[in-house]
Design a binder for this molecule. Sequence first.
Ligand code: NI
Length: 255
Amino acid sequence: MIFDSHAHYDDEAFDKDREKVLNGLNDKGVIGVLNCGASLEGARMSVELSSKYDFIYSAVGVHPEYANIVNEKTINELRDLASYPKVRAIGEIGLDYHNDENPDREIQMNAFRLQMGLAKELKLPVVIHDRDAHKDTLDILKEFPEVIGTVHCFSGSVEFARECLKLGYYIGFTGVITFKNAKKTSEVAKIVPMDRILVETDCPYMAPEPNRGKRNQSDYIKYIIEKISEVKGKSIEEIENSTIFNIKHLLKINR
Ligand code: NI
């Protein structure tokens, strides 16, 4: 059984067959999905999906790529969206210094802080996006010690993982861990305690081997679970049970 802790089924890559894909997931062992908004439009659609599908929950937030649009008005709209019962997190939010076209660092940090403040106010966990911005991400997480969440598609070092764990965060693993050149990610999986590990697609992106390059979907997480089970020397069942328990605990899902 699988709980996908980070998906984007609102993405246009699913426009042609979204219903078909989502309706087929339960039969493939997927019992839950956290759909994460990246833009305001995505956040709205995320909420819609979670009202329509019993097994979908949503996170609302603005991705660093769109940090330009984050102001008080945006925060008010996110606050309104977060009042829907199946909205269980603020995200995805964070910092992305990888792409030069992204907004200036100051703008990204401001948008990140505003949304961390909202999570603190609403007592919701956060879904963190961090790409090539480990130090600034960590500094801002430390400014909000009351907030916890998940560092999604973890791409940092073992040392950085330890810092995030110390702050109470969970670590999310995508298909990247199945890639041949992803030794660092396996090293991280080794040291993350069983009660802090999460699995995710980040679909439509990041499909695991043997589906690398294809459009991703939640049942492909079985390949990620297999890899983690190998790396940690635990059974598939143990990884499935822990990752499901962990995400339900984080999102306060009691069923
Ligand atoms: Ni994502």
